[in-house]
Write a protein that binds this ligand. Structure first.
Ligand code: AMP
Ligand code: MG
Length: 420
């Protein structure tokens, strides 16, 4: 099948997503579930709370005992016992009696309401067992009582397959006796930088050399996406070497990312390598920076060839690879939140591709947003992205943009699940 010349970003993302699926689930312990997707329905083993209990420090009785109570005609009750959290009151509450009760303590079987301390008058004995207290208002059955099973019933599914587990979810599961659960395995990602000019960051580059920064950005972005990066040796610009390294990595890892050598230069080999070793599916995406975006399948493994320019590699990862790595972990939201913002200065767009400008978004006093693009939009730079907080999107086509025009901005580093 011929590989299409240039496809849209949406088509690229769809193509890559159509070639990945969630990895096989693994059992992980409760704390390791944070931020991950439940691969199965998770149910409570018991009623939570297991018993009706008091929501306040106060006095428990039947509401009917306080019928008609008022400032002028208080109802006085004898305090016959004290029940703390973790305790259990075995007795019965007779007419004219109540029990002093703490927050979290089981509600006595024949009580149905709790009146909080603050509104109860002490008649004698400091309101403790053996003393007497006065109520100046009636109560309703259920006042300050939390019923058994208000969080979950025994056997009830409390987290459904596909849900992202947040910190509250970890607590919810702990309370319901779930101490480990199945979640999709994290993708192991092989990262290969290509380029004869590259040396590791630990070395000082000499004539014509630069440090390999992309592999580290990509590894960090993998971690951020929930994947496990493996930085592989730098591949010099040599077809046979790259073919061997990509083939090896495709056999070893769940996903392979290369950077550099993705265009049509004399030493750009990733397209030829993917085509020779497997199935080449995509080479060019209508976006800037970074239209050279190669994708294919080698030995059943997705292989993505990013361009070498740092900003282009970053954008390709962010827009296309990150969704794929998340799909492999069972996530179902793939777009970062966006806001519409007022452009802060006039601009001219000469490149017809969709442009993702590195930019800073500010919230104004009236709640609206304004956006200022970074002065230097060179695709060779990481700094403007590090200092930016969004990509300001200029749609396909050329033309003038004016101060005050409204443009869509994609927020960086905000989870896909967040609604704005
Ligand atoms: P390429 O896509 O191979 O033509 O590279 C485009 C530009 O990105 C060149 O200036 C390369 O030196 C640079 N580049 C390529 N790979 C890396 C890398 N791993 N880290 C930093 N810059 C790179
Ligand atoms: Mg190169």
């Amino acid at each position: 099948m011929a590989v299409p010349e240039m496809i849209s970003l949406e088509e690229a993302r769809e193509l890559v997503l159509s070639r990945v699926s969630p990895l096989q689930p693994e059992m992980v312990s409760l704390l390791d579930l944070i931020g991950r997707v439940a691969a199965e329905d998770l149910a409570s083993d018991i009623e939570v709370s297991p018993f009706a209990h008091s929501a306040m420090d106060g006095f428990a009785m039947r509401a009917s005992q306080l019928a008609g109570a008022s400032e002028d005609a208080p109802v006085e009750l004898d305090v016959i016992a004290e029940v703390p959290a973790g305790g259990w009151f075995e007795g019965t509450i007779g007419e004219g009696q109540c029990v002093r009760i703490m927050t979290g303590a089981p509600l006595p079987a024949d009580a149905d309401a709790v009146v909080k301390y603050e509104v109860v008058g002490v008649v004698s004995g400091e309101g403790r067992a053996g003393g007497r207290v006065a109520f100046t208002a009636p109560a309703q059955a259920g006042d300050n009582v939390r019923p058994a099973g208000d969080e979950a019933h025994a056997g009830e599914v409390i987290v459904h397959a596909g849900e992202v587990i947040h910190s509250a979810g970890v607590g919810f599961l702990a309370g319901c006796g779930v101490t480990e659960a199945a979640t999709y395995r994290r993708p192991q990602v092989g990262i290969i930088a290509t380029g004869a000019e590259l040396v590791p960051p630990t070395e000082v580059p000499v004539r014509g050399q630069i440090r390999n920064s992309n592999s580290f950005m990509l590894a960090a972005a993998c971690i951020d996406a929930g994947a496990v990066p493996h930085i592989l040796p730098i591949s010099p610009d040599d077809y046979d070497g790259l073919l061997a390294e990509v083939s090896d990595a495709a056999r070893t890892f769940d996903f392979v990312i290369t950077s550099g050598g993705a265009a049509n230069g004399d030493y750009d080999f990733i397209k030829k390598v993917v085509d020779a070793a497997g199935e080449l599916l995509m080479t060019t995406v209508n976006m800037r920076p970074g239209k050279a975006q190669t994708f294919g399948i080698v030995h059943g493994t997705p292989v993505f060839g990013l361009p070498g320019n740092p900003a282009a590699a970053y954008l390709g990862f962010e827009m296309i690879i990150r969704p794929a790595l998340r799909a492999m972990q069972g996530y179902s939201h793939f777009s970062r939140p966006t806001v519409t913002a007022r452009l802060a200065e006039d601009m001219c767009k000469r490149d017809p591709r969709r442009i993702f400008n590195r930019a800073t978004l500010c919230k104004e006093a009236d709640g609206s947003y304004s956006v200022m693009p970074a002065k230097n939009q060179s695709s060779g730079l990481f700094g403007p992205i590090q200092r930016a907080n969004c990509f300001m999107v200029m749609p396909e086509g050329t033309g003038e943009y004016h101060k005050g025009d409204m443009l869509e901005c994609v927020l960086l580093d905000i989870p896909e699940e967040v609604l704005l």
